[in-house]
Design a protein around this ligand. Structure first.
Ligand code: ADP
Ligand code: MG
Length: 180
């Protein structure tokens, strides 16, 4: 089966945030139906929407997969559960959040999945990491590139997203412990 290209947003703001992000990458890499193609730098970001919570670590991953979008989301949700996603309130603190940002040029909405992710164009913590991997990627319904969407972010939105670790951050597994 031909593999599809997709982008996944990773976020954590509870507990050992770096370890959770690393474990998420490791578990996606270990999934035989997913090929990890690129990992953005890791960013430390100010919470948005519900701002009375800790800062997040965020990154974006590019993958190839033979999974259909809904099944890919299920695989991501299994990883969230495995790493103890424990949401007290929507948009609130969480050990790990995996969002399916884009899946090829798919545009659709079902009960469980909206593609592209409906907040992509509003979120600096998604757009800035994504722009390091795919600046020319076109948002399939807005017809704007990631670079162009970044340029629309306000200065304060951009300031809230600071690079914390360069590409390769996911490879140091020293502090990962045993999660299998
Ligand atoms: P948020 O990430 O917005 O803070 P959650 O992680 O709790 O909230 O996700 C809530 C729901 O969003 C999930 O049950 C999932 O089915 C749904 N959802 C819809 N579209 C997407 C998408 N593109 N990526 C991830 N989850 C999505
Ligand atoms: Mg989510």
């Amino acid at each position: 089966m031909k593999s599809a290209t997709a982008f996944i947003g990773v976020g954590s703001n509870l507990g050992d945030r770096l370890a959770f992000c690393r474990q998420a990458v490791a578990l996606l890499r270990a999934d035989a139906s997913i090929e990890l193609k690129a990992v953005s730098p890791l960013y430390e970001t100010a919470p948005v929407d519900f701002i009375e919570q800790g800062r997040f670590y965020n990154a974006v991953l590019k993958i190839g997969t033979v999974l259909l979008p809904e099944i890919l989301l299920e695989h991501c949700q299994e990883i969230e559960q495995r790493l103890g996603k424990n949401i007290l309130r929507p948009k609130g603190p969480r050990t790990l959040d995996l969002d399916l940002l884009f899946y090829e040029k798919n545009i659709f909405q079902t009960e469980h999945l909206t593609l592209p992710h409906p907040e992509v164009e509003n979120r600096a913590f998604v757009l800035l990491p994504l722009s390091t991997l795919a600046p020319d990627l076109l948002h399939p319904s807005l017809f704007l590139s990631i670079q162009a969407l970044c340029a629309r972010l306000s200065e304060s939105q951009q300031k809230g997203v600071q690079k914390y670790l360069e590409t390769g951050w996911e490879k140091d597994e020293g502090s990962m412990g045993c999660f299998k």
